[in-house]
Design a protein. Sequence first.
Length: 202
Amino acid sequence: MIFALVSCVSEDLPQTYIPQEGDKVTLTFDVQVPDAGAATRSMDTPAITSLQLLVFDREGYFVEKAAATLIGANAGTSDSATPKSPAARQKFSVTLTRTSAYRTIHFVANCAAAASVTFGHEDGVISNLVVGGNQDAYWQRMEFAYGIASGEGTHFNAKTLIPLVRNFARVSVTSTADNFKLTGFAVVNTRDEGSVAAYAQN
């Protein structure tokens, strides 16, 4: 009588790799783009042409940056009951370093200078990001106590929604006077460039 002994070898089974501290991980996330409304200058439908993620540590020092890639738009999707533009929510992917350490991430859209950041402190880096002319820019600052893709507590992951803030103002004029008719308005003595972020240094 012959007995056949069969054993399972671990190498023959599909292995699921769990990212470790310091590994590069690719995440998808959504950004919420504010409605353009009535702006101080002519703007097309809000559009993100570039999106940089600038990452800083607990002390505010630059750690890394990464360019996000647009992978789709969810037309008409919003967490608000107020109707939004078709580009209200857009989905991006980005590759960052996995860590459980505290991280602050600045999401900077449509600002070429953000792609050139290589070092510095958060205060100086962000306050020096500017755009000029009719270039609209968007920004947000998010804090993640448990880092990036750590699987613990508050961390940057695929479920994170980033509500961006636009860097241009909204102007409206109203009057109850019977003899008042608005024929137009102008903004004078203004700078030809402005900061991307509504960010005050500590």
